[in-house]
Design a protein. Structure first.
Lengths: 109, 570
């Protein structure tokens, strides 16, 4: 597992060609929005919402090659699904920190 | 279309995921339509009709599984591959995806090589499905076409092969088709003279090939019978036609009969059929009639023998005709019904009016559930008085009222022509050119037949009609007739027709002169002609048809006059 799977990033670049930067900014924008929604859902203790947002972010992060971040979102998704929200606050802090790191790494590409 | 370009619907609520998929699919040369949730996916499917669908499982509004169920139900028989987008970690969802109609899965992160492989696999499947669908359409179209053709052919066949006057009250028949078409033909038609021609035919084989031969046979039978041709002439024509058109090894076993109500006589020609049974009312005995000829369509015209058997057939007598289907029917264990069982039915029978039903019943019980091996056709003919049958209906399909009305012609028959040729159809044809006479063609035929047979048999051949009143005499009459025919010399019969228009309609005078010795007509009083049973020269019959009848010369010239009224015959 890695912050960014670089072999895969290379592949993605080849697929996206000129649209790569557009993809990165779309991902960042979309993820920031969803992270905010996650915080709100956690505040509301809305387990279903936490589950589905976690699922979405897990998938898009994996597609953007951010494997570690995807793993954190999977844990958040699982918490929501199992209606055990005790660790979600802790996981969200981790996710925000990792997201910032991924963002920096992506923008540096 | 090796590198087919497809329309692919990508439904994913995550915009960045959609972008990646779109890039991969577009690179493959396909067109992309996208949707951001399940509901939009269903709408896009309806509007754009995509070929392949990539569907995310977790989506707002309508999730992927619900969308898949919806889309598959809209698609019906059409093939729409659905590839679910999911991660392998969600394995528990996979089963649910399959149940909702998913065809495959693609897991995140998206791998372009795997997606390309999957899309290519489905595009091959789509191609095959399309070909299969086209072939299925072609096959069902063909099947429908074939069925339609068969139904039309069946209707034509039934019209041709089982029409005529089979519904006469003295005929009872049974036709059981072995397949859509059976190879059996059963025809009956009235002659202009009022007699009935009957033909039972059994073509080799079954189904369409056997049925095709029935068409020309029926055409000739009905056409020539209506025109007044004799059995022998009709049989010759049918034989030569079938010989020409049927392939070698195909032929028609047949029996043709002429049922004459006036002469109380049955004339029969049989080729290739099992024995027919004739039940005599007076003696209560059963006589067998055997086939004496080869089937129709076997011999060339030169070799064909149209000789008939003439049998007295009195009121109440019955003739039973059948195809070989009766004696060749089999039971469950494969035994043939056979002739012995048939004879036994006749021997056991108590009430002759039940014979027909008893035969049918016994054969049905014998064959049981095993069905029938052959076409089973059976006919019972009973001799009745002509009054029970009614007059022959003449076809008046032509409505023209004009035509020749003022003309005269003479037609003389001599030598071999007089012996072998039947002049009646030719003469009737000419008379039928006068439209109003067409309605009288039955009577005209009878009249001319009587005049001709008087002139020929009693005049030229000098035969005495008294002979025909007993059964022994009947045979003797025909023997003598054959002998005298050999010595016909320069004998002749001459018909002179004279037709003139009148105020009301027209007048037809027919004068017949024969080369015979004549007879002393002056000695016969008018009343003698009308005595019932007196068959002398058929004169009472002629008197009922004509207004005037005059003998002249030494009795070898007879002249009859008929008037027709234009209004009555309209």
């Amino acid at each position: 597992m890695a912050r960014l799977n670089m072999a895969q990033v290379q592949e993605l670049k080849e697929i996206m060609e000129d649209a790569f930067e557009d993809l990165i900014s779309t991902y960042i924008q979309d993820s920031q929005d969803k992270l905010k929604q996650l915080s709100k859902a956690n505040f509301d203790q809305n387990a279903d919402m936490i589950g589905s947002l976690g699922h979405s972010l897990k998938g898009s992060s994996l597609n953007i090659c951010a494997e570690d971040l995807s793993t954190i979102f999977k844990q958040i998704e699982d918490s929501g699904r199992s209606h055990d929200l005790s660790t979600v606050t802790q996981l969200l802090i981790q996710a925000n920190a990792e997201f910032e790191a991924v963002k920096t790494a992506l923008n540096a590409l | 279309m090796d590198e087919a370009s497809y329309k692919i619907l990508i439904a994913d609520d995550n915009m960045s995921d959609r972008m990646i998929l779109t890039a991969i699919v577009k690179k493959m040369g396909h067109t992309v339509i996208s949707a951001s949730d399940g509901l939009e996916a269903v709408n896009q499917y309806n509007e754009q009709n995509p070929d392949i669908i990539l569907l995310d499982v977790m989506m707002p509004n309508m999730n992927g599984q619900e969308a898949a169920v919806e889309i598959k139900s809209i698609a019906g028989e059409e093939m729409v591959p659905i590839i679910f987008l999911t991660s392998l970690q969600d394995a528990s969802d996979l089963a649910a995806c399959l149940e909702s109609g998913g065809d495959d899965f693609l897991s995140k992160p998206y791998n372009p090589i795997i997606l390309t492989a999957k899309i290519n696999a489905f595009s091959r499947m789509l191609k095959m499905h399309k070909i299969l669908q086209q072939q299925k359409d072609v096959i069902s179209e063909n099947a429908e076409h074939l069925l339609n053709e068969q139904q039309v052919a069946r209707a034509v066949y039934d019209n041709v092969a089982h029409s005529g006057c089979l519904d006469l009250p003295n005929l009872k028949f049974l036709l059981s088709p072995f397949s859509v078409f059976n190879g059996d033909v059963l025809l009956a038609a009235r002659k202009p003279s009022g007699s009935v021609h009957i033909l039972l035919g059994d073509f080799t084989g079954h189904g369409l090939p056997a049925a095709i031969g029935a068409m020309p046979l029926a055409e000739i039978f009905y056409g020539m019978t209506a025109k007044g041709f004799l059995m022998e002439e009709i049989l010759r024509e049918i034989n030569s036609k079938l010989k020409n058109i049927l392939p070698v090894g195909y032929f028609c076993c047949a029996c043709m009969a002429n049922l004459s109500f006036r002469k109380k006589e049955m004339e029969v020609w049989m080729g290739g059929l099992p024995d027919y049974y004739m039940f005599r009312k007076d003696s209560n005995e059963v006589e067998h009639i055997q086939s004496t000829h080869l089937p129709l369509g076997v011999l060339s015209s030169q070799a064909f023998d149209a000789t008939t058997q003439r049998l007295p057939f009195n009121t109440g007598d019955k003739l039973f005709m059948w195809s070989d289907g009766i004696i060749e029917s089999r039971n469950d264990t494969g035994d043939l019904f056979g002739e012995e069982r048939l004879k036994q039915i006749f021997a056991d029978n108590q009430d002759r009016s039940l014979l027909f039903d008893e035969i049918e019943h016994t054969v049905n019980i014998f064959t049981g559930e095993s069905g029938k091996d052959d076409d089973t056709t059976m006919l019972e003919i009973t001799m009745v008085e002509e009054s029970e049958i009614g007059e022959a209906a003449i076809d008046l399909s032509s409505g023209a009222i004009h035509g020749p009305t003022d003309w005269k012609m003479a037609y003389t028959l001599r030598g071999d022509t007089l012996k072998t040729f039947n002049p009646l159809p030719v003469m009737l044809n000419i008379l039928n050119d006068v439209p109003s006479l067409r309605r009288l063609s039955g009577q005209l035929y009878t009249l001319m037949a009587e005049l001709f047979s008087n002139a020929f048999e009693h005049g030229v051949l000098g035969l005495s009609s008294d002979l025909k009143s007993s059964t022994e005499g009947f045979t003797k009459y025909y023997q003598q007739r054959a002998e005298n025919m050999e010595n016909i010399g320069d004998g002749y019969v001459c018909f002179i027709f004279d037709h003139k228009p009148t105020d009301a309609g027209g007048e037809l005078i027919i004068k017949v002169i024969d080369s015979g010795d004549g007879f002393d007509y002056k000695l016969k009083k008018d009343s003698d002609f009308k005595v019932e049973g007196y068959s002398g020269r058929g004169i009472p019959l002629i008197r009922t048809i004509c207004e005037t009848l005059k003998y002249s010369g030494n009795g070898n010239t007879v002249e009859v006059t008929l008037h027709w009224d234009a209004e009555e015959t309209e």
